[in-house]
Design a protein around this ligand. Structure first.
Ligand code: CP
Length: 340
């Protein structure tokens, strides 16, 4: 069990050992218990977190801001358009300046081919932890909440549990790859048996798949891919029906060079897969006690039917959303306070 986290960046769980993550989960469960008891837990009195959002957010923004308040500190809710970032101020200068004024910097930047590099550039110059609120590759806080929810419902040793991560149809927007990519990297480290289903035109990034396969070999988990949603759902203990854009089809350089054409191609492919929905029929293919998870927001009636997501015997999406708070507090408490 590691106890030295002060100043540690949190960009992906892949940079953290299982020992590190054990401490995070133990801390998150302890903070959840204290939250339930109404017991004060001001681990970060008078500390400041700067949050910079390049995109919209409900869960991430509020779990971090409420979390900082409950830990006795304060979070600045910033958006890139209201900062000098909009006039071209660099991630390097932004990181240096904010880390002179506060104790942590958290950023959401999901632009494909840009977001992760923006955060990595900040880590090279900040004097405080850089926390990813989601980028184009990873969504580490979501991964922690997902794993904590699995522990709650299936126990702390979920080895062999069958988890299906399925692409699903959506119209709201082409969702980033970061949620499924975080899940395939993290879940097999705990020995989970992961199946990913997606239409051929919506692959995940090849380099992440390769890393996830290595994680599965090291962790005793499994990872396999199929283009058949029904087959993927058969016998599953957990189903995660979630849209993502077809970004993984192109290299970053090709995508950025031909962005308009790539987006047109994605939209045309998307329209042919409206039947990729988690509905009552597909619940019937899964394990009789199947649970459904989703990072949210869900495209109701497209990714999943109302009937399924509102069925409390199946859906654990609101436990998952609440666990964003407890895991966020664990990471902030350990990296912004804690020992270094
Ligand atoms: N799951 C998630 O990151 O939700 P928000 O986009 O609302 O933060």
């Amino acid at each position: 069990m590691n106890t030295l986290f002060h100043g540690k960046h949190f960009i992906t769980e892949d940079d953290w050992t299982l020992g590190d993550l054990d401490t995070v989960f133990d801390t998150a469960f302890d903070l959840k218990r204290r939250f339930a008891m109404g017991e004060p837990h001001r681990l970060l009195p008078d500390k400041t977190l700067f949050m910079i959002f390049f995109e919209q957010s409900t869960r991430t923004r509020n779990s971090m801001e409420a979390g900082m308040t409950q830990l006795g500190g304060h979070a600045h809710d910033l958006t890139a358009d209201k900062m000098q970032i909009s006039h071209g101020e660099s991630p390097k200068d932004t990181a240096i300046i904010l880390s002179r004024m506060g104790h942590g910097i958290a950023v959401r930047n999901c632009f494909y081919g840009v977001g992760n590099e923006y955060l990595r550039e900040m880590t090279r110059h900040a004097r405080c932890p850089i926390l990813s609120l989601q980028d184009d590759i990873y969504h580490p806080f979501q991964g922690l909440a997902d794993m904590m929810t699995i522990f709650e419902h299936f126990g702390r040793n979920p080895k062999g549990l069958k988890v299906t991560i399925s692409w699903a149809y959506a119209e709201s927007h082409a969702k980033p790859l970061s949620v499924p990519q975080t899940q395939i990297l993290l879940f097999p480290r705990y020995g989970l048996d992961v199946t990913v289903a997606h239409p051929a035109e919506f692959p995940l990034s090849a380099d992440i798949v390769k890393k996830a396969e290595a994680n599965a070999r090291a962790g005793g988990g499994k990872l396999r891919f199929t283009t058949d949603m029904d087959e993927a759902v058969e016998g599953a203990n957990i189903v995660i029906p979630k849209n993502w854009g077809g970004f993984g089809k192109w290299s970053v350089a090709d995508y950025l060079k031909n962005e308009t054409e790539c987006k047109r191609e994605m939209a045309a492919s998307l329209a042919t897969h409206k039947d990729w929905i988690f509905d009552r029929r597909r619940v019937g293919l899964a394990d009789p006690n199947v649970k459904m998870m989703h990072a949210l927001p869900a495209d109701r009636g497209r990714e999943v039917t109302d009937e399924v997501i509102d069925d409390e015997r199946i859906s654990i999406v609101f436990d998952e959303a609440e666990n964003r708070l407890h895991t966020a507090k664990a990471i902030m408490g350990l990296t912004m306070g804690g020992r270094g």
